[in-house]
Design a protein around this ligand. Structure first.
Ligand code: GDP
Length: 442
């Protein structure tokens, strides 16, 4: 999980505060020392940590006593607000041109995820009704052009390329012309990176910038490189004056130091975060939601958005009807499992539930393999069996176990669980009916 280490340490510290009625200055001091350690261990920039602690302490000690909150709750509120502030307060939007096309220039070091992110960004805006064009200017990294073409094909977004023998500045210019002629209102330029920052790279990017005058320069940095990502951001920003940062591979970064330092060090906001290799795993960055997640306060808004994107409203209604009328079968169950999977890794989803702190998640020990197993078992059933599980006798159970690579106990367990779930649904259904009769429900 993102910010796993930091989240559990901060939550521990703040839990300790909660157990105290009144807070002395010493309590706050001790807590802040722990918060400081936790931030440093998460690889947050030293200066940023120092400032952060100073601000929280000043506010916590001099705080106005608010009637509705306990002292500990007030400290948590302050930490939450300052964490949010650290990451940039509100979401930062893209600057769109008043008369299209809008040109976005992507830059960053090799391997940061520039090509992937160019595609993801195109996909994101295509969903919102834009007509993007991807322009392949990475003439140095082997196969980068081909990679962009493959990404474009997957997303059904056109890609403009001129091979790797042409000067990237000329490709960018021709790409923008091509987009204008073809009615593309969003042009995303995938520039070339290098393994390290050097003058040649910066000159080339500077030339592309002055040639195409992009509305937006987005710097792509790899979250896993921690403070290196922050210094890369500083250098790029000095030379190019970027508009914002895309922080990739946050899905694999348990520490999160870059996410917490970039805005404070460079003054430039993180606009998007990469949460996986798949092309739909790019998210708008909301500092407030991220801060709530770190503090175990949940992120209900993101959860709802994910559910809305994934779940089909008509299907949900149909399902509710089936549950009520007892027709819920293994076919429906399989559909539900698959929709859950589309929402992303289960641990990420659980992390968005308020009150679900990182310790509880560890205790829950969510095993995604269990889901895979259940899915395999259901898939080994015939359609008839799924619709009517009572058909599944001893020999069918054996066949299903074999077909799904599990054993007969697993199959028995699933059938039993399913029966019990159905019974429970019936109870709820009956209860609802009685309540309705008595006029207690609308
Ligand atoms: P470029 O050299 O900057 O264009 O980098 P690429 O776009 O080729 O990405 C380098 C590697 O990082 C590829 O294997 C990508 O799949 C992977 N990658 C990019 N973004 C993410 C992300 O958000 N999460 C994860 N886990 N991998 C990513």
């Amino acid at each position: 999980m993102v910010f796993e280490g930091l989240a559990s340490k901060l939550q521990d510290t703040l839990d300790k505060l909660k157990s105290k009625g009144r807070l002395t200055e010493k309590d706050v001091d001790t807590a802040m020392r722990e918060v400081k350690m936790a931030l440093l261990e998460a690889d947050v920039n030293f200066r940023v940590v120092k400032d952060f602690i100073k601000k929280v302490k000043e506010r916590a000690i001099g705080q106005d006593v608010m009637g509705s909150l306990t002292p500990a709750q007030q400290v948590i509120k302050i930490v939450n607000e300052e964490l949010t502030e650290l990451m940039g307060k509100e979401e930062s939007k893209i600057n769109f041109a008043s008369s299209p096309p809008t040109v976005i220039m992507m830059c960053g070091l090799q391997g940061a995820g520039k090509t992937t992110t160019s595609g993801k960004l195109g996909g994101l805006f295509k969903k919102k009704g834009k007509r993007p064009l991807l322009v392949a200017c990475d003439v140095y990294r082997p196969a980068a052009i081909k990679q962009l073409e493959v990404v474009g094909e997957k997303l059904d977004i056109p890609v403009f390329s001129m091979g790797d023998k042409v000067d990237p500045v000329n490709i960018a210019k021709a790409g923008v012309e091509h987009g204008k002629k073809n009615g593309n209102d969003l042009i995303i330029i995938d520039t070339a990176g290098r393994l390290h920052i050097d003058d040649e790279l910066m000159d080339e990017l500077g030339n592309i910038k002055s040639e195409v005058q992009p509305q937006e320069i987005l710097l792509v940095v790899d979250s896993m490189t921690g403070q290196d990502a922050v210094s890369v951001a500083e250098t790029f920003d000095e030379k190019l004056d970027v508009n914002g940062v895309v922080l990739t591979k946050l899905d694999g970064d348990a520490r999160g130091g870059a996410a917490l330092s970039i805005k404070a060090v460079t003054g430039k906001p993180i606009k998007f975060i990469g949460m996986g290799e798949k092309l739909d795993q790019l998210e708008v960055f909301y500092p407030e939601r991220m801060s709530s997640r770190i503090l175990g306060m949940g992120d209900v808004l993101s959860l709802i958005e994910k559910a809305q994107e994934t779940f089909d409203a008509d299907k949900a209604k149909e399902l509710e009807q089936k549950i009520k009328s007892q027709e819920f079968d293994f076919e429906d169950f399989l559909g539900q499992l698959q929709q859950m999977k589309n929402m992303g890794p289960l641990t990420d989803l659980l992390g968005m539930i308020p009150g679900m702190n990182s310790k509880q998640m560890k205790n829950l020990n969510v095993d995604e393999r269990e889901f895979v197993k259940i899915e395999a078992i259901i898939q080994s059933m015939t359609r008839k069996e799924r619709q009517n599980p009572d058909l599944i006798d001893g020999s069918r159970r054996k066949r299903i176990a074999k077909g799904s690579g599990s054993n007969i106990q697993d199959v028995n367990k699933l059938l039993k669980q399913f029966k019990e779930t159905k019974k429970m649904m019936k109870k709820f259904g009956d209860l609802e009916k009685t309540m309705k009769k008595k006029g207690k429900l609308g």
